[in-house]
Design a protein. Structure first.
Length: 75
């Protein structure tokens, strides 16, 4: 499956995550940062199984982490 989500889909998924999980996106991003260094899909799988997340939510979190990490590199 592609790593790319439409911007609208990505934002919609991110907006629902705190309500569905009880944790803010910043908490999830910290969890990913502290987690194992894995390729994209393996990180999604790790997050799903370790934290019992739906595939779409896990993918959105990993995608957001990758976007923010790339933005930090540009600064």
């Amino acid at each position: 499956m592609s790593h790319v989500l439409s911007e609208e889909t990505h934002r919609n998924l991110l907006a629902r995550i705190p309500h569905r999980t009880g944790r803010e996106i910043s908490d999830w991003l910290r969890t990913v940062e502290e987690g194992p260094a894995l390729p994209f899909e393996e990180k999604v799988s790790w997050l799903r199984h370790e934290h019992d997340l739906a595939y779409g939510h896990a993918k959105a979190i990993i995608h957001e982490h990758a976007l923010r990490r790339a933005a930090r590199r540009l600064l």
